[in-house]
Write a protein of this length. Structure first.
Length: 183
């Protein structure tokens, strides 16, 4: 205990007295420089605290291995995440396809109904046009018959008049040529 209190008093004295501290340092350095054993002890203590190349290599290798493990771990997590995303995307694409197929089938059904409706309307219109054409044919046939009758009647009534007019003209022409008086 006595030694401890003397050491404590010495430290307190050195901390207060700068000149005494400087003298102690000079004495210690002089002793270190002269005593080879002390110098060796100091160098050994210093070298033990300094990392060697092998220490640095080991530490770098350790860090490298740890980084590889971390990278591999992150890579595996990314793969899992990407697989999850792919699965979700496939599911969503499948859902969209199903909805699209349903929508297409619905549109097909509606189009078929519309086409059938238009066909029915067109069939009705075509049937109406056929009836109109047949009616027009009947009318044209009747008109042709009436025109043929009209032409026959015209000829029947006008031929005798025409023959009489021609005969009169010929008679007038003959008299004029013969010199007979024209009535």
């Amino acid at each position: 205990m006595l030694l401890l209190s003397i050491a404590r008093q010495l430290v307190e004295e050195l901390s207060r007295d700068e000149e005494a501290r400087g003298m102690l340092v000079e004495q210690l350095i002089t002793h270190i420089v002269k005593d080879r054993r002390v110098r060796r002890l100091m160098l050994t203590a210093i070298v033990r605290g300094i990392a060697t190349r092998d220490d640095v290599r080991r530490e770098a290798e350790s860090v490298r291995e740890e980084l590889k493990r971390e990278i591999e771990s992150v890579r595996n997590e990314m793969k899992k995440e990407m697989e999850n995303m792919r699965s979700e995307l496939r599911k969503e694409i499948g859902d969209v396809r199903s909805e699209l197929r349903k929508e297409i089938e619905s549109v097909k059904g509606e189009l078929k109904k519309e086409i059938e409706s238009v066909r029915s309307e067109l069939k009705g219109e075509i049937d109406g046009l056929r009836k109109d054409i047949l009616d027009l044919r009947d009318r044209v046939s009747r008109l042709e018959g009436q025109m043929a009758l009209f032409v026959r009647l015209f000829i029947a009534f006008n031929v005798p008049i025409l023959v009489g007019v021609i005969g009169t003209l010929l008679l007038l022409l003959w008299r004029a040529m013969v010199g007979a008086p024209v009535p």
